[in-house]
Design a protein around this ligand. Sequence first.
Ligand code: ZN
Length: 330
Amino acid sequence: MGKACCIGVDIGGTFIKMGLFDEKGVQYALERLPSNALRPPEMLLESLVQACRNLMDARQAHEGRVLAVGLGVAGKLDNQEGRVVFSPNLPNMAGFPLAPLLEKALGIPVFMENDANVFGLGELWAGHGRQVANWIGVTLGTGVGGCLVTNGSLWLGDRLGFVGEIGHVIVDPHGPSCACGQTGCLEAHASGSSLTRGITQAFHEGSPLPSWLCDAIASGSLTPEHVDKAARTGHPRALDLFRRMGWALGLALGNLFTFLGIQTAVIGGGVSQAWDLFFPHLMETLKTTPRMLDPSKIKIHRTSLGPLAPLYGAAHLAWQGLQERAGDST
Ligand SMILES: [Zn+2]
């Protein structure tokens, strides 16, 4: 008899990643399909259904079963109704009841949670979070997401559709504007968007930039990886953007550590690959700013699960959901 598994799905703006995991977190299959984020939500649902069915068939071929699906989606969600209220990665998904429709099509339970929360669940299950009771999770991607773990469980707040939004903590009221409408948010200093915006601004101000960087800006193909490369070749403006990223992260984490009385954070997301460019500045800020913290006790971990952390978390969400439902029915 094969192992029972749950499917974890990480729906990003470019790719949908999917994986099969047993209840101990052992991974059996990994799939990736394009999100085609601008297509109608019904079409995205259709390809999601098909991909889940393929994984379910593959499991059945090994005499195993798929019991549930966990979805990680960026943005504001209505957890009661399984609806995406707003997703920056999937703008056409606004108001779409993704979870109940997928559940109906597959005939197995589907659970959905914010992408930063599933990152936290992944770290809790298989990463640094296993050993630590209280910590803050931060995801550095196009935006900045966050989650809070207390006593080994994800903090869900008042179930308002958002929680742990560290990206919209203001670190500089006179700083750059943020996609949320405020100015000076952490996200406006420490996200992939803030890096590309900062270097584009330098370009328009006439700062001398390498020709390959100017070409990427002019053709609209600039990515955070370009800014990373510019910093590694010693470009002062790019280096300064990573310095500012580290400073802003240190300030936001220092404030939250002081408020919560905790001293551990786990950082993931695609932009965390630039770790060595921002981490020294983050630690410098943490060591000098919040006076009540003991700098020698602060632990900032880089995710050990790499880009798969949200996938582990989405599968863990499904296993947790099944357990809760079983508890409710006894
Ligand atoms: Zn904001």
